[in-house]
Design a protein around this ligand. Structure first.
Ligand code: SAM
Ligand code: DTB
Ligand code: SF4
Length: 343
């Protein structure tokens, strides 16, 4: 049997989009994709991937925590919550010069996207004004801009858009039924409302989740269903493997089986074919071979830089070597080119 026949056989075993009567992905359909034999799943995900992205293309996004720690929310995974004793020192919002230096360094190292994170429940008017200045400055370097600042009101989203914000990161984190086990200072609906405000302001959506928080397989399927059923689905989908930080309630969670993690990447690719699926937090604990499987499964973006927000990430030099060994390359694109490539 040739590759084309095999591809047809695999595709024929499932409808183009197994959906509910409302035209949405059902949790059951996603669960059955997650349960497929791993090699079939990888083959299908890579086939979908190649229909939508150039071979060997990877996006490099660098993170910077521009306002660290002291957050009033109680997200059980997060080292920046003021409720948990994690040793993270609260810091105020960084000055524009310092942010610009970090963005310039990221650009010189090869990053095309710069994502600024702030440990806020929701920014206040004066915070948005200051972050708008940071966005304008980073945009001026010719980088794609992303921010993750917590819940966003419609007028704040418009202000950030006007400043040149390309992407807003706001994760759904897990399935709705499991969310209240993880955080109770805000609701799932709050997250969805912010995503709608971001979308309405014309900012591209970066939205994903975390695995390894003690969730059941059905919750993983539920998270993917939520993401894939957003209309439209997010342009960027960060899939994080929990970084287990001592002092957080989830510090002793059972680590995710690496093949289960690869499956989640693959099903994200299949259900959101044109999204940038980002292999996000947890790479430092992952090893090169598992990362390679994630790229095979359709991941085509990473966080690139020695640090995530407050925890570690693989060294730039290690990533450069890994990408070289795997034949993956970042192509410098502007946000507009990116949107065109994914259309
Ligand atoms: N405060 C904002 C918010 O919650 O939207 C922005 C920053 S917050 C740190 C961004 C995202 O990082 C979270 O939604 C979560 O998905 C991810 N994250 C935080 N801590 C993590 C951890 N220990 N392991 C993996 N992902 C984590
Ligand atoms: C996302 O999905 N993952 C990033 C980014 N968006 C902001 C954050 C990961 C944080 C990992 C733990 C830390 O360093 O705080
Ligand atoms: Fe605060 Fe965001 Fe961390 Fe939750 S994830 S505690 S909102 S910084």
């Amino acid at each position: 049997m040739g590759a084309n026949d095999l591809q047809q056989t695999i595709t024929l075993h499932r409808p183009a989009k197994p959906v509910t009567p409302q035209g949405l992905w059902s949790v059951e359909a996603i669960q059955s994709l997650l349960d497929k034999p791993l090699m079939d799943l990888l083959f299908e995900a890579q086939t979908v991937h190649r229909q939508h992205f150039p071979e060997g293309d990877i996006e490099l996004a660098t993170l910077l925590s521009v306002k660290t720690g002291g957050c009033p929310e109680n997200c059980g995974y997060c080292p920046q919550s003021a409720e948990f004793d994690t040793g993270v020192k609260a810091q105020k919002l960084m000055e524009v010069d310092e942010v610009l230096r970090a963005a310039q360094a990221a650009k010189e190292a090869g990053a095309t996207r710069f994502c600024m994170g702030a440990a806020w429940r929701a920014p206040k008017d004066r915070d948005v004004e200051k972050v708008a200045v940071l966005i304008e400055a980073v945009k001026g370097l010719g980088m794609q801009t992303c921010a993750t600042l917590g819940m966003l009101e419609p007028h704040h989203a418009h202000q950030l858009k006007a400043a040149g914000l390309d992407y807003y990161n706001h994760n759904l984190d897990t399935a709705p039924e499991y969310y209240t086990d993880i955080v109770d200072t805000r609701s799932y609906q709050d997250r969805l409302d912010t995503l709608a405000n971001v979308r309405s302001a014309g900012i591209s959506v970066c939205c994903g989740g975390i695995v390894g928080m003690g969730e059941q397989p059905v919750h993983r399927a539920g998270l993917i269903a939520q993401l894939a059923n957003l209309n439209p689905y997010p342009e960027s989908v960060p899939i994080n493997s929990l970084v287990r930080v001592p002092g957080t309630p989830l510090a002793d969670s059972e680590p995710v089986d690496p093949f289960d993690f690869v499956r989640i990447i693959a099903v994200s690719r299949i259900t959101m074919p044109t999204a940038r699926v980002r292999l996000s937090a947890g790479r430092q604990q992952m090893g090169d071979a598992v990362q390679a499987l994630c790229f095979m499964a359709g991941a085509n973006s990473i966080f690139y830089g020695d640090k995530l927000l407050v925890t570690g990430n693989p060294d730039v030099e290690a990533d450069v070597q890994l990408l070289r060994k795997l034949g993956l390359q970042s192509r410098r694109t502007t946000a507009t080119e990116e949107a065109g490539a994914c259309a």
